[in-house]
Write a protein that binds this ligand. Structure first.
Ligand code: AMP
Ligand code: MN
Ligand code: MN
Ligand code: MN
Length: 281
């Protein structure tokens, strides 16, 4: 992990409107305490928390950027694209979010079935508990319930053991195609950022193909600095961004204060020669 200078822009964070632990206003206060002065809220497939976060930011003197993190599909695998400075009133964006919420609710039921049948766990009850509480169920929510049941020690283990590909509770989702998601973001004025590309377990050639298609479809920036990234991944992403002439983004991907190594605002400074996407915000 890089212990760089703490930049003041954090352009990738989650609230409890998706799988983050804090309500939007508490997230803003937490980010402010960590020295963040330019903050984007980028919940999975939702911009519901942006209004509350904008109000809290105004009160605390932070500049706020409304955003989201779309789950999209590319060559059969899930890819995340952050959209920055979106117009949350866009009808097309809302339709996109609504479609994903219902797909996620269907997946939740199916995960419950599979945990019941293949995992011999009370999966149906578990799914019902999650569905009663959240509008946008993610695997993180299911993982928290699995931890509460004693089926795993922590959220990461619950995902790795029960919910990841090849595991008993895994349910593949057909996410909207990369190009369609980018068109939706561009259509509502948002800057699309390819999120944490080092996490997709792609070969160098695969990563170049993804980033090339992303740029061709209207993507503008690559997330080069992410909380917890290694120096070699950071260098690899900086080189790729340079080669494609794209802008660079940075963010913690903060979810939960309990993950103490990943507070808002803590990640390496972007290389000086890359254009920071924050300059366009
Ligand atoms: P979902 O979008 O419902 O598939 O949920 C994925 C969420 O689970 C991500 O946004 C992460 O916050 C969390 N997560 C933790 N570990 C993993 C992992 N190994 N693979 C995918 N998601 C993970
Ligand atoms: Mn998440
Ligand atoms: Mn992500
Ligand atoms: Mn994220």
């Amino acid at each position: 992990m890089i212990n760089g200078v703490t930049p003041r822009a954090d352009l990738h964070t989650h609230s409890d409107r998706s799988d983050g632990a804090l309500p939007p206003a508490a997230l803003v206060a937490h980010a402010a305490r960590h020295g963040v002065t330019l903050l984007a809220l980028t919940d999975h497939d939702s911009a519901d928390g942006c209004e509350e976060a904008a109000e809290a930011s105004a009160e605390l003197g932070l500049r706020f950027v409304p955003g989201c993190e779309l789950s999209l599909g590319w060559r059969g695998q899930p890819i995340h694209v952050v959209g920055l400075a979106l117009d949350a009133r866009s009808a097309a964006l809302r339709a996109h979010f609504d479609a994903i919420a219902s797909r996620r609710l269907d997946r939740l039921q199916e995960i419950g079935e599979r945990l019941e049948r293949r995992g011999r766990l009370p999966g149906r009850e578990l799914a019902a508990r999650v569905a009663a509480r959240v509008a946008l169920p993610t695997r993180t929510h299911v993982a928290r319930e699995l931890v509460a049941l004693g089926a795993a020690r922590d959220v990461q283990e619950a995902i790795d053991v029960w919910l990841a590909r090849g595991r008993p509770g895994h349910v593949p989702v057909e996410w909207p195609a990369l190009a369609d998601g980018l068109a939706t973001l561009r259509g509502c004025g948002a800057w699309p950022v390819l999120a944490h590309p080092h996490r997709y377990r792609l070969s160098t050639g695969g990563l170049r193909a993804l980033a090339g298609e992303f740029a061709d479809a209207g993507g503008v920036a690559i997330e080069v600095s992410v909380g917890g990234i290694s120096r070699s991944d950071f260098d690899r992403l900086a080189t790729l961004t340079r080669r494609l002439g794209l802008a660079a983004s940075c963010g913690s991907d903060f979810h939960d204060p309990a993950t103490t190594w990943n507070p808002p605002g803590r990640f390496a400074k972007l290389p000086d020669d890359l254009e920071p996407i924050s300059a366009r915000l």
